[in-house]
Design a protein around this ligand. Structure first.
Ligand code: 5GP
Length: 126
C-alpha cells in the first residue's frame, strides 16, 4: 500500500502560510517551529516541506537532498535551543510518532525536539 498524503492537515496549512507559526529555522526543504502546546521548556517540531506522512515514508521516499537538509536542520535546532550535549547544553529528546500505535495526531512527518528539563523514562510502561 502506498501512503496517501492529506493536504488539509494542519502542518500542510502552516507550510502554505494559511496558519501562522513561530519559526525557529527555515531552509529550502525544511521548517522548524515551536509546538503550540509545548511539553517541555523547549519543544520544537521539525518538518520536511514535502508531502510525507511518517518517518518511514520520508526515509523511503524523500530525495537525498531533502533528507540531508532535514537532518542538518534538526541538528542546527538542537544547537539553537541550547540543548546540544556537547559541553554547551544538557541534552534533549527527539521523538517521532507514526500511525495508530505511535499515536500520531498530525499526518505530516514531524520530529519533536524536547529540551530544558530531564525527560524521564523513555516510555510509560502499561
Ligand atoms: P503528534 O501527536 O502528531 O506526534 O504531534 C503533533 C503535535 O503538533 C502536538 O505536539 C501538537 O501540540 C502540535 N500541534 C498541533 N496543532 C498545531 C498548530 O496549529 N501549530 C503548532 N505549532 N503545533 C501544533
Amino acid at each position: 500500500m502506498a501512503y496517501a498524503y492529506d493536504d488539509q492537515n494542519i502542518f500542510a496549512k502552516i507550510l502554505r502560510g494559511e496558519i501562522p507559526n513561530n519559526t525557529v529555522l527555515e531552509t529550502e526543504y525544511t521548517l522548524a517551529f515551536r509546538d503550540i502546546s509545548p511539553k517541555a521548556p523547549e519543544h520544537v517540531l521539525v518538518i520536511p516541506k514535502g508531502p510525507y506522512v511518517t518517518f518511514d515514508h520520508f526515509c523511503n521516499a524523500a530525495s537525498n537532498a531533502e533528507i540531508l537538509d532535514f537532518t542538518r536542520t534538526a541538528g542546527q535546532v538542537c544547537k539553537m535551543i541550547g540543548a546540544a550535549p556537547d559541553g554547551t547544553g544538557s541534552g534533549f529528546r527527539a521523538i517521532t510518532n507514526a500511525g495508530e500505535d505511535g499515536v500520531q495526531e498530525v499526518p505530516h512527518y514531524h520530529l519533536h525536539i524536547l529540551a530544558g528539563r530531564p525527560m524521564g523514562p523513555m516510555l510509560l510502561m502499561r
